[in-house]
Design a protein around this ligand. Structure first.
Ligand SMILES: [Zn+2]
Ligand SMILES: [Zn+2]
Length: 558
């Protein structure tokens, strides 16, 4: 790939800068950069999920051209935790950067799997570091600090630099009973607060929500109670990466005398990684859906992927009665121990309706509020973090504009001297003081389209949308030197008529094209002959159905 020359930027080599290229002003695709003494450090490199606007694309990655142009000065990618929105893009983008990667054991186990699938396992220098690790990367002294989240081994990062100390919180929450993994390391956070923190770059996901995020321990109790009350078949769906929740579902299954059956590839991937890193018992009994199918419905608990209504995930197939081995029936129960991610209301609603129509009871957060807790801090937790860290500058990240604004207002109300609400691409000089946004650089996203990365405005997507909406007609014309048809045109339609109508409609189209080409007035010119064929098909289909499909005409001269 050609990399254009880097634009000149007024980056003071004697100062510390923060530059988000993803995740600030949007949910997902987290990518933060820090610059100090002419060197860059990348924190996280995540994906986000494409909406329905880009047909054929599921995954988006950040556009990293800015840092790619400076990759000789990029020291490393430091990963906070194993969620897709923090490490999912490494396997797609590492070849453009080529730098070392740092991760704690659980994130490293998940990343290795992805690198293996991408054929990069032998190329990427992946440094697996212990919890609470401290190491130096150029001018940055990096210290990992354990925090609680909805996945094992989430970390905040203390970045000590000659120009000040930054706390990059990553994703975190406070939970006195996380069940798996560490409590948020209050002692280290208080200590660094006393040491003096220049800036805190902090999670804003739940900055609008009052109170506290709640505890995994409470969810476990609720799951035991709800599964215990199910007499027949029961299926549970959750985010696959929440290992504590997976263990709670296992405990609930055991308490009600059921075998745990995992349905869906990503659940197996996280369960295996958790067993390999000691977060789940390596001897824990996990059955495949094939093994589960041999047992009576009252003896199994199906734990399934697809809590967000993802069409290819297990729960969508089960609800649509198309799963090859898992079948639910009237009187069974499905528990959604997950939240509705904004934007997914429609597919989840469809899933609930499909299940309800079959007489299957659906239990979700709306019915029992203790059935799910978030992994991100609500306002009471944010207040405590600010009281420990006492940063001079607050930089809200990991959220849309409304979350960032609510976070900044809260930080201000708590007495934080400076709050900077910035967006992806804003280059914020943190220190030495005063802080200021000194410019903005290019940021954006790329769609993962098969094996290539392309811009969301690539003409392929416009063409695909037109094909999806209108269908297509392919016409082949064979003409002699004078431009007369020497055989009837060959015409095929896609996405317009069914097999029964096809014969009649194609016959009508063939006649229309023949008539159009059989004219003395038509010039013997390839372009004009093709256009005459195209117009004939178009007029016929508009008259018949008021449809305007994509029409491709091929002309062969013999
Ligand atoms: Zn996370
Ligand atoms: Zn996140």
């Amino acid at each position: 790939m050609n990399v254009p020359a880097a634009p000149a930027l007024a980056i003071d080599p004697e100062a510390l800068h923060f530059l988000p290229l993803g995740g600030t002003g949007e949910i997902g695709m987290n990518l933060s950069l820090y610059a100090c003494r002419g060197k860059w450090l990348m924190v996280d490199l995540g994906i986000s999920f494409a909406g329905d606007t880009l047909p054929g694309v599921d995954i988006m990655v950040p556009d990293i051209s800015f840092i790619e142009q400076r990759k000789d000065d990029l020291l490393a990618i430091v990963l906070t935790h194993a969620h897709e929105d923090h490490l999912g893009a490494v396997a797609y983008l590492w070849p453009q950067l080529g730098c070392p990667v740092y991760a704690t054991p659980f994130a490293a186990a998940i990343l290795r799997e992805k690198l293996r699938e991408a054929g990069l396992i032998k190329k990427v220098p992946l440094n697996e570091i212990p919890l609470s690790a401290k190491f130096e990367l150029g001018p940055f002294a990096v210290e990992y600090v354990s925090v609680t989240h909805s996945i094992p081994e989430a970390n905040s990062l203390i970045l000590r630099t000659p120009d000040g100390v930054v706390l990059h919180t990553g994703d975190w929450k406070l939970d006195p009973e996380p069940l798996i993994g560490e409590l948020t390391d209050e002692k280290t956070l208080r200590k660094i607060g006393d040491e003096g923190v220049l800036a805190m770059v902090c999670d804003s996901t739940n900055a609008i929500s009052e109170g506290e995020s709640g505890s995994e321990g409470m969810v476990r109790k609720k799951l035991i109670e709800l599964v215990g009350a199910c007499a027949q078949g029961v299926a549970v769906t959750q985010f696959a990466s929440n290992v504590a929740r997976l263990q709670s579902v296992a405990v609930a299954a055991e308490a009600s005398g059921r075998e745990l059956v995992l349905v869906g590839r990503s659940l197996w991937r996280y369960a295996k990684a958790a067993q390999a890193t000691g977060y789940l018992d390596p001897d824990m009994r996990l059955l495949s859906d094939k093994e589960g199918a041999e047992l009576h419905p009252s003896q199994v608990l199906y734990l399934c992927t697809g809590s967000q209504g993802e069409p290819r995930a297990a729960m969508a197939k089960i609800a649509g009665q198309s799963h090859p081995r898992v079948h639910l029936s009237a009187g069974d129960c499905v528990i959604f121990t997950s939240k509705i991610i904004p934007g997914n209301e429609a597919p989840i609603g469809r899933l609930h309706s499909q299940l309800a129509a079959q007489g299957i009871e659906v239990i979700d957060e709306k019915k029992h509020k203790d059935i799910h807790v978030s992994g991100h801090p609500r306002r009471e937790e944010l207040k405590r973090m600010y009281s420990w860290v006492k940063p001079k500058i607050a930089v809200p990240v990991h959220g849309e504009a409304r979350h960032l604004n609510a976070h900044a207002e809260l930080a201000q109300a708590l007495g934080t001297p400076e709050c900077w609400v910035i967006r992806d691409g804003d280059l914020l000089r943190l220190g030495p003081e005063p802080a200021e946004v000194i410019g903005s650089v290019f940021s954006g996203s790329l769609a993962v389209d098969g094996t290539r990365l392309i811009a969301p405005d690539h003409p392929a997507f416009g063409a695909r949308r037109r094909l999806m909406r209108n269908g297509a007609v392919f016409v082949s014309l064979v003409v002699d030197k004078e431009g007369w048809l020497i055989a009837p045109p060959a015409i095929r339609g896609h996405g317009i008529v069914d097999a029964e109508e096809e014969e009649v409609v194609v016959k009508g189209l063939v006649e229309a094209v023949q008539k159009a080409l059989d004219s003395d007035k038509l010039e013997n010119d390839d372009k004009k002959l093709r256009e005459a064929g195209r117009l004939a098909v178009r007029r016929t289909l508009v008259a018949l159905y008021d449809k305007r499909p994509v029409i491709e005409v091929q002309l062969v001269r013999v």
